[in-house]
Design a protein around this ligand. Structure first.
Ligand SMILES: Nc1ncnc2c1ncn2[C@@H]1O[C@H](COP(=O)(O)OP(=O)(O)O)[C@@H](O)[C@H]1O
Ligand SMILES: [Mg+2]
Length: 262
């Protein structure tokens, strides 16, 4: 299994705090690349790698992703990369989905019938609680047209950098207890739930993931991402705790959701 190589620089991705850049690779696909020494911090690539691997394990809808190597020559040849001072080595790459529509550009708030993978919305809700995603907003979901008429869409989850202990309200980056997430986007998600049992079924799937697997995942990270041993241990302990705390947190989420429905 050979690694893909960058062919040409395309453009910076707008709006990004982590300064992602679009690059064409020799597998013929473009990827949104987040660099290990991006302006937001080294944890961006670390968390993207861990969270995307867990999402894939749960068969949640995410773009294909890869750890890619970018050499110093490629950075030198592309001013947009050089001026930020990106370092060569392993970076995180999310395969670019062409023609996706953002939540804000959808014709209206989609209903169950209009979302071909609506059953995975329960997975998104439960997963975001587990990984402590503080950044699920309208920009961090992509919608792909699923029919020619533009009546149906498929959603994909992107941007999993701000998870676990990263949020503007937690500048010290403490690992905090899980909490019910009540952002506007989840209110829309709730309109797509058939039955709250769908949430419990995703909790069960997460509980099936063995701690050993999570430990191995954290230690499979690229060695040039500079995550020290202590940080790895603390992250492992937090994910393990979050798994234990998840059933109660989702029960509380369901109570909040049912109260709002009345
Ligand atoms: N795989 C992808 N396919 C299509 N667009 C993407 C993809 N990944 C990111 N983007 C676009 O790039 C923007 C920035 O990427 P994101 O991962 O959200 O990082 P950040 O918020 O730190 O800039 C997103 O809002 C989205 O518009
Ligand atoms: Mg984003």
């Amino acid at each position: 299994m050979g690694r893909i190589k960058p062919v040409s620089y395309v453009k910076p991705m707008s709006g990004g705090r982590s300064s992602p850049h679009l690059i064409l690779f020799d597998d013929g696909h473009k990827y949104v690349v987040k660099f290990k020494n991006n302006p937001q911090g080294n944890w961006v690539v670390t968390y993207e790698y861990i969270v995307n691997t867990l999402a894939k394990r749960l068969q949640l809808p995410i773009p294909q992703y890869k750890v890619v190597k970018i050499r110093s020559q490629f950075i030198k040849e592309n001013k947009e990369l050089e001026k930020i001072g990106f370092k060569p080595g392993n970076q995180f790459a999310s395969q670019y989905i062409e023609d996706s529509v953002t939540f804000l550009n959808l014709p209206s708030n989609l209903t169950r019938d209009q979302l071909v993978n609506a059953d995975q919305i329960a997975g998104l809700i439960v997963f975001d609680h587990w990984i402590g995603n503080s950044d699920r907003n309208t920009k961090n979901l992509l919608f792909l047209p699923a029919d020619a008429e533009g009546n149906q869409y498929e959603f994909k989850m992107i941007d999993h950098a701000n998870c676990f202990n990263i949020s503007t309200s937690n500048p010290e980056r403490k690992f905090l207890p899980l909490k019910v997430r009540k952002k506007e986007i989840y209110r829309w998600c709730n309109t797509l739930l058939d039955d709250t049992k769908q949430l419990n079924s995703y909790v069960d799937r997460i509980l099936e993931i063995k701690n050993e697997e999570i430990y191995k995942l954290i230690y499979s990270m690229s060695s040039d991402w500079l995550v020290d041993e202590d940080a790895k241990e603390r992250l492992y302990r937090h994910i393990k705790y979050a798994k234990k705390a998840l059933p109660k947190t989702i029960d509380d989420y369901i109570k909040w959701y049912l109260k709002r429905k009345k």
